[in-house]
Design a protein around this ligand. Structure first.
Ligand code: GRF
Length: 223
């Protein structure tokens, strides 16, 4: 583990393929970071197995064991306090976090969403894109604020929508791009190039008025 690496907590609820992509890029030396812990609200999330295979400490905080969101989040905070966390990465984490929690870690929480935000916040994005007949779809990484899926955008990737696509086929095409843009955003954050200042995402000290769009040149940063 390189010294002074950026300590990350990854929150998951499911398969953890985005977690895996970040693990792989850290192992390949593309990101100077240390995933200090993976926290899942679902005891059977496959992402927990991925973390264990990579020798990353895992914590299950099942929301069903809590009667209030406050108590669920207090347990999250207790776990985060054990590690010296610089960045929280929400990777398919299916619980809404309270304003109190988000403010506590203000500017230090990233999320990935499977749509070209601001289009299609919320769930079932792929079916909604197909129903609307859109020809273009994609994914977005953004800083988390208390407005669900509406925090400042960092990076987006686009995919074409084919007439024959089913939601699953489209989701798989989008996921391939998620596995590139999330590691890139984490890399920039850990290199202190990406920050949340004055309500805006900044890259290299310049405010991002719109998301960076993934290009082949950017992809080479992860090769
Ligand atoms: C991804 O599509 C992500 O954008 C969404 O949930 C899915 C998680 O996939 N929020 P995985 O658990 O990382 O495989």
């Amino acid at each position: 583990m390189p010294e002074n690496s950026c300590k990350i907590a990854v929150f998951i609820s499911g398969g953890g393929s985005n977690l895996q992509s970040i693990i792989d890029h850290i192992e390949q030396g593309h990101i100077n970071a240390d995933i200090a812990c993976v926290i899942s609200n679902k005891p059977n999330a496959y992402g927990l197995v991925r973390a264990q295979k990579a020798n990353i400490p895992t914590h299950i905080n099942d929301h069903k064991n809590h009667t209030t969101r406050e108590s669920f989040e207090l347990e999250l905070i207790k776990t985060l306090d054990v590690y010296n966390i610089k960045l929280i990465v929400l990777a398919g984490f299916m619980r809404v976090l309270s304003t109190t929690f988000i403010n506590k870690y203000h500017g230090n929480i990233l999320n990935i969403h499977p749509s070209l935000l601001p289009k299609y916040t919320g769930l079932n994005t792929h079916s909604r894109v197909l129903e609307a007949g859109d020809t273009e779809h994609g994914c977005s990484v953004h800083f988390v604020t208390s407005d669900l899926d509406e925090g400042p955008l960092v990076i987006q990737a686009k995919v074409k929508v084919d007439k024959s696509d089913t939601p699953d086929v489209l989701a798989a095409r989008v996921l391939e791009k998620e596995h590139i843009i999330y590691p890139l955003a984490v890399k920039w954050f850990c290199e202190n190039r990406l920050a949340f200042k004055n309500s805006k995402a900044h890259l290299d000290d310049s405010p991002l008025d719109q998301a960076v769009l993934l290009t082949q040149d950017l992809e080479t940063l992860l090769k």
